[in-house]
Design a protein around this ligand. Structure first.
Ligand code: SAH
Length: 220
């Protein structure tokens, strides 16, 4: 596989500038994107397009998300160094790598075995320490809950209760955990930011529309 070179670094810097133009303002997020070698996360045949702002196929009818979408979800998440973040839908591992660059402790769940295995190897190789598992992410990951943030990178038909339950409760100056989830049907989804405000209370904010591959529930 191709190592990181000045050619990729230059393309990446241009991608970051285009994300700025499209409205991403969080410098930490932009810096993280500037550090992750996205060309290592795409199909070797598509390396030339790795720094275009587009989703690309990664096999098994799945995609590596568009950089803008990754930046947008990460900005909404508001994650900071030391936060414990759960990602649903490891896919290529790109979003997980961006979260690592932000200094988060990252947990990530994938339901397709070949992707789970390939991406676990890649993340290791690149030195990204992501705790991964092969499972249905709609159940969350109770073993490691609660989480400061949960980011769902596939389109959900509704908000799984397990994810709400696994958000951290607010404590002192710390706000409760945040869930970023695209909700809708196959034709498109609306991004929601849901924040835990108490034992059984949550605040919901609606934002822009996106198009994700579907979040597949194993048990109905
Ligand atoms: N975050 C990924 C995006 C991958 S696309 C990236 O940065 O590349 C979404 C991924 O979610 C796919 O790999 C798909 O297999 C996975 N997925 C869909 N439903 C899931 C579920 N219920 N649990 C875990 N992963 C799921």
């Amino acid at each position: 596989m191709e190592p990181d070179t000045w050619k990729y670094q230059r393309r990446r810097a241009r991608l970051v500038e285009s994300l700025r133009v499209k409205g991403i303002t969080d410098e930490g997020v932009l810096e993280a994107i500037n550090r992750v070698p996205r060309h290592r996360f795409v199909d070797p045949a598509l390396v030339a397009r790795a720094y275009e702002d587009e989703a690309l196929p990664i096999g098994l009818k799945q995609t590596i998300s568009q950089p803008f979408t990754v930046a947008y979800q990460t900005e909404l998440l508001g994650a900071k160094a030391g936060d414990r973040i759960l990602e649903i839908g490891t896919g290529s591992g790109y979003q997980a790598a961006v979260l690592c660059e932000l200094g988060c402790t990252v947990y990530s769940i994938e339901r397709l075995q070949p992707l789970y295995e390939r991406t676990r190897t890649l993340l290791n190789e690149l030195g990204y320490r992501v705790i991964t598992t092969l499972a249905d992410g709609t159940d969350g990951w109770a073993t490691f809950a609660p989480f400061d943030g949960i980011v769902v990178t596939a389109g959900a038909s509704n908000v799984p209760d397990a994810l709400l339950e696994q958000l951290a409760l607010p404590e002192g100056d710390d706000p409760g955990g945040t869930l970023i989830i695209p909700v809708g049907g196959d034709a498109g989804q609306t991004m929601y930011r849901i924040t835990r405000t108490g034992e059984k209370t949550f605040s919901r904010e609606k934002s822009e529309d996106f198009l994700f591959v579907p979040l597949v529930r194993e048990n109905g």
